[in-house]
Design a binder for this molecule. Structure first.
Ligand code: SF4
Ligand code: SF4
Length: 458
């Protein structure tokens, strides 16, 4: 008969932790994201399981040490952080058309100046809405994309009307937004968007030189941003390309001048047209990190005058500083493919996510299928499994694991394999960002004050 004895000396046990040296101390994180920064001596106490006060109390409070009295709360916090797993798909990206009136050098959607016939029909739109409403999520956001979605504005109107009608009985928290290049905007369209409370987001690369290098429409876009800002709200997003690198100050200044509240400094992904023109527009992880750090520094240093928030830093901070489920689909494990967001192509094909639309391998069904069938398919399960950072030996020892996740689409684009080979370019970027955020949080008072104010405002 099997026997086992265990003589427990202490009234606590150490939670599973990972550590990373930052400057002279050690960052220690748990699986659910609580953390502490320890001196060399404190870290020695942890490693030898010889904890003394006041360190012991701090580690109990953070759930880094488990006791009879805090274990229940740690389990609840863990469940809360991964709450997105229990709610159903909330973000539904509907590509109304494959067509676009522009030809941006980095276009992710590979949109083309095609004739009609590449638009979502009313019949497909109806089926897409019926599919969307099968999600058990109480929150439903329908995001209109393309191509340029305003080229198929009649179908957009139809979806809004039909979804609202359907929602009269199910009463979900239903929201809409559109991602548009603004160049086909007119008063009639704006009136409709405002009347129906549809959020507007535009691609705006900041200063004239950079925006026009990607597509020659700076004056028109700026004039529409100004006009919309007077009567409604608008978000904008720049993409960081080779052309952006010397212009971080001008780009930030332009966002501030236009009264935009957020700027999301994102790296260009090697997808769609960007992959074809990578030599011209692409950047290395090191170049992106330098650009992001410079931009963040410029934003933080001028934050008392201009309360602009850098969204990427904000998301990482939310993951690090709060117990909330952030549900940012690209940085969860498993990621939000299918369970957090679904993308509907103009022809009714369904993909795991917006970025997944580039590759057939990420097609998980059509609007003629049921939500249950698509979500429980082997294809969906494979993508989700590949996005887990639990089985990866590099991630397994990385202190940033609880805040991070893998991307099967970017991995497939880079290597032809949905399983990420870490470290890769994306990991280099994320590792650099996490280290910078922790370093600034811990050692720079000015940054800490601004970071905390962003979190308090949210
Ligand atoms: S596969 Fe990649 S792009 Fe798609 S949701 Fe997951 S992390 Fe995001
Ligand atoms: S992808 Fe890189 S940064 Fe993220 S958890 Fe894995 S090793 Fe860490």
């Amino acid at each position: 008969m099997a026997l086992s004895y265990f003589a427990e000396k202490e009234d606590y046990s150490l939670n599973h932790i990972r550590a990373r040296k930052i400057r002279d101390g050690y960052l220690v994180t748990t699986d659910y994201g609580s953390w502490a920064y320890l001196s060399e001596e404190e870290y020695r106490q942890v490693r030898t399981n010889n904890l003394k006060e006041p360190l012991l109390s701090l580690l109990k409070e953070k759930g880094i040490v488990l006791t009879q009295s805090n274990t229940e709360n740690v389990i609840l916090d863990y469940r809360k952080k991964w709450g997105y797993l229990f709610q159903g798909t909330s973000l539904h990206i509907v590509a109304l058309t494959k067509r676009c009136n522009l030809n941006c050098s980095y276009c992710h959607a590979s949109a083309e100046q095609l004739p009609e016939g590449h638009d979502m029909t009313e019949d497909t739109a109806k089926k897409a809405v019926d599919f969307i409403f099968q999600s058990p999520s109480e929150e439903i956001t329908i995001e209109f994309q393309g191509g340029e979605p305003s080229l198929n504005f009649e179908t957009l109107k139809y979806i809004v009307k039909y979804a609202k009608k359907k929602n009269e009985t199910v009463r979900k928290n239903l929201k809409f937004c559109i991602v548009t290049n603004l160049t086909l905007m007119n008063d009639e369209k704006l009136d409709f968007l405002m009347k129906e409370k549809i959020g507007i987001c535009t691609s705006f690369d900041g200063c004239k030189e950079v925006h026009n290098a990607n597509r020659d429409q700076y004056d028109k876009v700026v004039s529409w941003i100004k006009k919309i800002k007077q009567v409604y709200d608008i978000d904008a997003m720049p993409i960081t390309t080779k052309q952006s690198l010397p212009h971080y100050k001008e780009i930030v200044d332009e966002y501030v001048k236009l009264g935009l509240k957020n700027i999301w400094i994102k790296p260009l992904n090697n997808l769609g047209y960007a992959a074809e023109s990578w030599k011209k527009v692409g950047i290395t992880p090191e170049q992106f990190l330098e650009f992001w750090k410079n931009s963040l520094d410029y934003i933080v240093k001028s934050n008392k005058k201009t309360p602009l928030i850098e969204n990427y830093a904000f998301i990482l901070l939310k993951k690090i500083l709060t117990k909330e489920c952030v549900n940012f689909t690209d940085l969860e494990t498993p990621c939000g493919a299918a369970i957090g967001q679904i993308a509907y192509n103009f022809d009714g094909d369904i993909y795991t996510c917006d970025e997944g639309r580039f590759f057939d391998i990420f097609k998980i069904g059509t609007v003629n299928d049921t939500y249950k069938k698509v979500l429980s398919s082997g294809q969906t399960a494979c993508v989700l499994k590949a996005s887990l950072n639990d089985n990866n030996p590099h991630c397994e020892v990385c202190a940033y694991k609880p805040y991070c996740g893998l991307c099967p689409v970017l991995s497939y684009a880079e290597t032809g394999n949905i399983v990420s080979k870490i470290p890769d370019k994306r990991c280099d970027i994320l590792m650099g960002m996490f280290t910078h955020i922790f370093d600034k949080m811990l050692f720079d008072e000015e940054y800490r004050e601004v970071f905390m104010s962003w979190i308090e405002k949210s």
